[in-house]
Design a protein around this ligand. Sequence first.
Ligand SMILES: C[S@@+](CC[C@H](N)C(=O)[O-])C[C@H]1O[C@@H](n2cnc3c(N)ncnc32)[C@H](O)[C@@H]1O
Length: 289
Amino acid sequence: MGELVRYGARRFRAARLAFGHGSTTALDEAAYLTLHTLGLPLDASARALARRVESQAVARVLKLYERRIRQRKPAAYLTREAWLGELRFYVDERVVVPRSHIAELLRAGLAPWLADPKRVKSALDLCTGSGCLAVLLAHSFPRAKIDAADISRAALTVARINIRKYGLGKRIHLIESDLFSALRGKYYDLIVCNPPYVAARSMQRLPREYRHEPRTALAGGTDGLDAVRGIVLGAAAHLTPGGLLVVEVGSGRRRVERAFPQVPFTWPQTAAGHAVFIVQREQLPRQML
Ligand SMILES: C[S@@+](CC[C@H](N)C(=O)[O-])C[C@H]1O[C@@H](n2cnc3c(N)ncnc32)[C@H](O)[C@@H]1O
């Protein structure tokens, strides 16, 4: 099997594929597609990797490699699954492939920014897409009722699949909403959001793989902050006292700080550097409360 994976990686490199939807290298991508096709766990042992693969299975793997090269789709759209940490989500082209760095912070229960996860009784996943962060919220904050909102009805259909898969239909409520517009009168102890934040010039330079993702999920306007501005300005009116807002902005830190010089954002370290900010309701300017 190792030879098959190395062959795939060589082909992917030669075809100059782009990665970043779960795998970051050609070798990881080839290994993932191979293990998935063979029905092996992603943490398969070295012994499993050394074993011979029968010719029919080899043919299935090679076919998938070819589709990856020809269609330039992220692997997740070919396999209809994506992993965020330990959790597996159904995905298709109606949603972006889950990869939010907010997941890393949720896994730690947002410590040290939140002292006691049990005190979070209500949470909002704004821009929920596949519902992946809403599901993680439900796991990290066992006492919380969760709203998961998105402007895209198609994305909400995918989110429903994942919420059912995890048996969370009673705890996670899906809402079609343009940012906070359909959330009037609702208050949350915690709001997380991975909004579209790609600036217009960067949108033009995106590799083909990213063009299979919904444009509304990525495009953040001229400076990438169209949605982020609405979220920072609107969040205070939906947070309970002491409530936290957690937003991913990719490489937009300096732009965000320039747009809101009066807000003392905290930028925790994640695998992507400082791509996520945290701010408490009371740290937002008074006129926004
Ligand atoms: C980057 S994706 C994040 C999806 C998911 N939370 C994740 O982390 O994988 C952004 C999502 O925001 C949604 N969206 C874009 N503009 C929106 C708006 N004005 N109001 C609500 N949702 C919006 C898109 O439909 C998309 O599902």
